[in-house]
Design a protein around this ligand. Structure first.
Ligand SMILES: Nc1ncnc2c1ncn2[C@@H]1O[C@H](COP(=O)(O)OS(=O)(=O)O)[C@@H](OP(=O)(O)O)[C@H]1O
Length: 295
């Protein structure tokens, strides 16, 4: 079996297709300088898929005290990678100074059952960041990712409605991955068997889109690093409809696959999904002590 680190994978790829092999800019310092070494991550962005994990990682990487690995490593969820051991993982982390937090993001970590125990075995005091998005929007975004990949390969694809609802009963299809991944409390309960709540920080996906600096400030506090990310690092790009970054010598937006137009979905379908997710959302709010205000 092939390891999945650098490839986009199959239709249901958990691999972030927006990874750019871009040189680290801004906060990153040259790798050959003394005192730099590759370290295991002290913080992981564990999910959620389609929650804005790439934006969060890229934005945090502008901070001088953060060294972020840009590729999704799929270390804890992929058997081949995991069996290669921690040295394999460490060697794939970026060079960092002692005062930098090494950060990795793989959104599949949140939902794969084996992951929390494995992360805990590496470092039981690691910091964990989870960016959460309205589960209905997230499910549609998840569908869009797979739909777009298939469309680009000239393949046909089921409609969202056919996948999201049982054809016989009309009930929400809980075994459809895009739905299952959005039932956040189920996955969170598993993580809480291995880590206390204070080791998690929750980011509101909606607020990261609207007020990146405000959300990033809370992450800086969680990581106990200075407030260095300011409005000067960002500008709103009207065409993209998202904040983009000011780097040292240029501006950078995320890849076009981030912020895709979603196919129109019937309001009845949205209503049924909202009804389905409401109690699950409530359970998540109670579990983590935070109300995300999803409709
Ligand atoms: N600044 C900025 N620029 C572009 N896109 C942004 C930004 N902030 C958040 N987002 C949202 O990120 C969504 C993709 O989430 P992820 O990066 O977690 O996707 S992935 O799981 O890694 O594939 C993506 O979801 P879709 O809009 O559904 O494509 C975006 O809404």
């Amino acid at each position: 079996m092939e390891a999945r680190i650098y490839s986009v994978g199959d239709d249901d790829a958990d691999v972030d297709d927006a990874y750019y092999d871009d040189t680290l800019e801004g906060a990153q310092r040259p790798a050959h300088q003394k005192h730099q070494k590759r370290r295991l991550p002290q913080c992981l962005i564990i999910g959620v898929r389609k929650g804005g994990t790439r934006a969060l990682l890229e934005f945090l990487n502008l901070h001088p005290n953060i060294a972020a690995e840009k590729k999704e490593m799929h270390f804890f969820d992929d058997e081949v990678n995991y069996n290669r051991g921690l040295e394999f993982y460490r060697k794939r982390m970026p060079y960092s100074y002692e005062d930098q937090v090494t950060l990795e993001k793989t959104p599949a970590y949140f939902v794969e059952e084996v992951v929390p125990g494995r992360v805990s075995a590496m470092n039981s005091s690691i910091k964990l960041i989870l960016i959460l998005r309205d589960p209905v929007e997230r499910a549609i975004s998840d569908y869009m990712q797979i739909y777009t990949t298939r469309h680009e390969r000239g393949k046909t694809h089921e409609t969202f409605e056919n996948l999201a609802f049982d054809a016989m009963t009309g009930d929400v299809n809980k075994s459809y991955k895009a739905i299952r991944r959005s039932i956040y409390h189920r996955h969170m309960e598993r993580w809480l068997e291995h880590f206390p709540l204070h080791q998690f920080h929750f980011v509101s996906a909606e607020n990261l889109v609207q007020n990146p600096v405000e959300e990033l400030r809370k992450v800086e506090d969680f990581l106990q690093i200075d407030h260095r990310l300011t409005q000067d690092h960002f500008y709103f790009n009207q065409t993209r409809g998202f904040y983009c970054m000011h780097l040292q010598h240029r501006q950078k937006c995320l890849a076009p696959s981030k912020g895709r137009a979603h196919i129109p979905i019937d309001q009845d379908v949205i209503y049924k999904l909202r009804e389905f997710f409401r109690p699950h959302n409530q359970e998540m709010y109670e579990l983590v002590g935070m109300n995300f205000g999803w409709p």
